[in-house]
Design a protein around this ligand. Sequence first.
Ligand code: GLU
Length: 287
Amino acid sequence: MNFVIVTRFAPSPTGRLHIGHAASAIRAHDHARTRGGRFLLRIEDIDGTRSRPEFIAGIEEDLRWLGLTWDGPALRQSARLDAYTTALDRLRGMGLLYRCFCTRAEIAASLSAPHGGPDGPLYPGTCRRLSAAEAAARAAEPHCWRIDMAAAVARTGPLGWHDAQAGDITTDPLAHGDVVLARKDAPASYHLAVTLDDAWQGVTDVVRGADLFAATDVHRLLQALLGLPTPRYHHHPLLTDAAGKRLAKRDGAPTLAALRDRGTDGIALADALRAGRLPDGTAAASA
Ligand code: GLU
């Protein structure tokens, strides 16, 4: 059988790309292209408060400058809201979602001994304990939708996925607690949108940073609940600065746009990153 590799780069247009994004995009691009496969671009723009159109144009410009090409037009998550709504309806129909009215401050105040998950304190389950009638009576108040993780795990049983570097992984979705699947201010959360879109775009290999390694357990759970295929995963180390700190724009990591303005050659930069040569001030994280 002729099996075509499909990878993607899926940035959120909340700022300009920096060199860590470049390294990740090049890995995903080359993984597909060196195998005769397809490389897709997806713009994760459902965060209406932080996403900006000018950053979308900037992302495409930066990738072209690096010499990367992608197949077809970029998919925008903002065009996929119906698909997210349909999936939420299915999960609701399984009895796995509940409305959560808690504010951040209330959640923080209710955590006397915060129990940490991979993405910060675990939600203590306050609204899971509301009766159906209580939750329905408050439906006009701002709320998000959370998954009842224990009920979801009871339904799927044990699950696994494969990482090219780390090998076979057994999921531990309970470590994430009742994550949000539809936000107060957005019709889906990252976890739901990324899982649905990887399946819809036919992504066979997810190449992305190790910061999303743990989140894959949640994505695998959603795949099982929604009957979606599980891609192969390739989590790569993140680039760090000279002090070992993860590169982030807020800490002054140079953007690709700034490097371009300084006269840096994008193709040469991409080739240096491929060869493992990092510009001054960056180093690969050891993990
Ligand atoms: N949009 C996510 C980010 O910019 C990446 C999603 C993914 O690769 O799964 O961090």
